[in-house]
Design a protein around this ligand. Structure first.
Ligand code: FAD
Length: 384
């Protein structure tokens, strides 16, 4: 077992940390307040190769490993969870499944546009009445000659309103449950495709979230991702990628809270002493550090398995479950250390606290992660 980062991973960490500190952090609060997506920063990240971190170079990616992918998510998440969310969707929920399940033509056509930042992607699985149970979706896709005609609605889709391409799931065999779902690559300009933005979110305000409407949406049959009726497996495989960067982003959020709190605790004077000198404040800092470091190790273990091409659903779920709950506990303590000031939008920990909340909900709630882990341990699936 080797706990050291390689020289390449250290170089990636230095580069993304510098960029996050100098370019993302200074505008994160303003973007959050204005609920605006920083496309300029997104493009700069792409120029640095970070919109295709683990994608092969032949498709415009950087060709780095999965630990590097986690490092990038962590360092962006350390300063801005909204942008980390965009990174996760672009790379983990769109590019990685295209790379794994797409054919050569699809990879050449779509991956290069996504890794360069020219195009933004989104992942459309959730429907108004199908969240934790995506197999209960009602969107349909019917073949009509060389096309499939899609009808349905997707909701809570990150990037929906700014995406050029969406991987959308629909039922090609509605009577077959999970075995009747197909994944489609849908361009925003395809006939019958439209979106609507969702507003007033608790957190991730600088990240676009919206709904997708499919009204007789015409998708050429060559845009099927994988095979007909094999889409549910692709969705689950995609979530193994996505949960990994959610977990890494949570480690980053927690580390951001630790860094901010250490500085604040040394500056803030009460009882004629910095609050850092009080044992109960040190206890909070110690707990935050321990939880953050434990989470990082869980993420790297999942990444290690991904690098080796070994099964990692269990380890990814463990990392996602622990890190998302951990980020909430750490952000809670970060507010506590800031006292009343932590309750103010002028302090970053307020944004971190709001942004932490989504992580136990999306890409499978904590309860769903518990059921996945439970099924591995007990050999009994609590859901069908
Ligand atoms: C900001 C944001 C961005 C998102 N981005 C995307 C995206 O890009 N693409 C996408 O497809 N989706 C996205 N989602 C949707 C997200 O993945 C779903 O919200 C999530 O899967 C939960 O589904 P739900 O909201 O319908 O909750 P429900 O499934 O209705 O769950 C409600 C509660 O019931 C619990 N529950 C449900 N089933 C069980 C069970 N069997 N056992 C125990 N408890 C259970 C849940 O844990 C939860 O506590 C996003 C959501 C948000 C809020």
């Amino acid at each position: 077992m080797d706990f050291d980062l390689t020289e390449e991973q250290k170089m990636i960490q230095d580069t993304i940390r510098k960029f996050a500190t100098e370019e993302i952090a200074p505008v994160a609060s303003e973007n959050d307040k204005k609920a605006q997506f920083p496309r300029d920063i997104f493009l700069k990240l792409a120029e640095l190769g970070f919109m295709g971190t683990p994608i092969p170079e032949e498709y415009g990616g950087a060709g780095f490993d999965f630990i590097s992918h986690a490092i990038v998510a962590e360092e962006i998440g350390r300063v801005d969870s909204s942008l980390r969310g965009t990174y996760s969707v672009q790379v983990s929920l769109v590019e990685l499944p295209l790379n794994k399940y797409g054919n050569e033509e699809q990879k050449k056509k779509y991956l290069t546009k996504l890794t360069s930042g020219e195009w933004i992607g989104c992942f459309g699985l959730t429907e108004p009445n199908a969240g934790s149970d995506p197999a209960g979706m009602i969107a349909t896709a019917k073949q009509d000659g060389d096309f499939y005609i899609l009808n349905g609605q997707k909701t809570w889709i990150t990037n929906a309103g700014i995406a050029d391409v969406a991987i959308v799931y629909a039922k090609t065999d509605p009577g077959a449950g999970a075995k009747g779902i197909t994944a489609f690559i849908v361009e925003k300009d395809f006939e019958g495709f439209s979106t609507r933005d969702l507003h007033d979110k608790l957190g991730l305000r600088a990240s676009n979230t919206g709904e997708i409407f499919l009204e007789d949406c015409k998708v050429p049959k060559e845009n099927i991702l994988g095979e007909v009726n094999k889409g549910f497996k692709i969705a689950l495989g995609t979530l193994d990628f996505g949960r990994y960067t959610v977990a890494a982003g949570c480690v980053g959020l927690a580390q951001g809270c630790v860094d901010i709190c250490k500085a604040y605790a040394k500056e803030r004077i009460q009882f004629d002493k910095p609050i850092a000198s009080f044992q109960l404040v040190q206890q909070m800092i110690a707990d935050m550090v321990v939880e953050c470091e434990a989470g990082r190790l869980l993420v790297y273990r999942a990444g290690h398995l991904k690098n080796k091409g070994l099964p990692n659903t269990r380890e990814t779920s463990i990392a996602k479950y622990y890190c998302s709950e951990m980020a909430n506990r750490v952000a809670y303590k970060a507010i506590q250390i800031h006292g009343g000031y932590g309750f103010s939008g002028e302090y970053d920990v307020e944004r971190f606290y709001r942004d932490a909340r989504i992580n136990t909900l999306y890409e499978g709630t904590s309860q769903i992660q518990q059921l996945i882990i439970g099924a591995f341990e007990l050999g009994i699936r609590a859901f069908t």
